[in-house]
Ligand binder design. Sequence first.
Ligand SMILES: CC(C)(COP(=O)(O)OP(=O)(O)OC[C@H]1O[C@@H](n2cnc3c(N)ncnc32)[C@H](O)[C@@H]1OP(=O)(O)O)[C@@H](O)C(=O)NCCC(=O)NCCS
Length: 178
Amino acid sequence: MPGDSEQRLARPMEASEVDLVIDYFHQASPEYLNSLGVDPSRLPERAPWKAAIERQFALPIEQRKAFLVLWELGGVPVGFSTSDKITFGREAYMHLHILRPEHRQAGNGAFFVRQTARIYFEELRISRLFCEPYALNAAPNRTLQRAGFKYVKTHETVPGPLNFHQPVTRWVLEKGAI
Ligand SMILES: CC(C)(COP(=O)(O)OP(=O)(O)OC[C@H]1O[C@@H](n2cnc3c(N)ncnc32)[C@H](O)[C@@H]1OP(=O)(O)O)[C@@H](O)C(=O)NCCC(=O)NCCS
């Protein structure tokens, strides 16, 4: 178990913290974005992107199209999850990112994914949580399995507005399974 200075916490992100998400994508190399299935040319400029996220924070939870969760290690932000394709009361899709390589592959991702799933189940009142990572990106696929998600299928699609057309692997976590 990690000590106090390494205490891991997933919690709903504040509107004042969204620059972290934009910085993560804007500072990433094209090669890194490509490994996530993200097309660098599809990243919005900071101002409209931030405004769009802030509009989501202003909405009642039942009307949100996105919900964000921050991941902290010893009180320091080390990653985040976003959720989209939300059908309030039913289902949503999540994404997972640890900001820096030194915080990856140490069990943090699987731990944060489980904590985050509990937040989404509760806040969005959903009974099923999906995640659909790029099929060629081993890290999220392994992490979702480790966190208790079940494999559904592999198919080709454009999974979101930042992505290129790609094979994706669909995973699901049922509320009762966590
Ligand atoms: C995906 C991510 C959040 C996972 O977090 P993590 O802290 O690295 O994962 P964990 O240490 O909890 O590892 C969980 C499992 O994934 C495996 N794994 C993690 N990174 C891996 C990699 N790069 N290649 C292969 N397996 C990997 C671990 O070995 C472990 O497997 P196990 O269950 O067999 O023991 C993190 O690696 C990350 O942010 N990567 C870059 C961003 C990214 O790819 N996001 C996904 C976008 S859809």
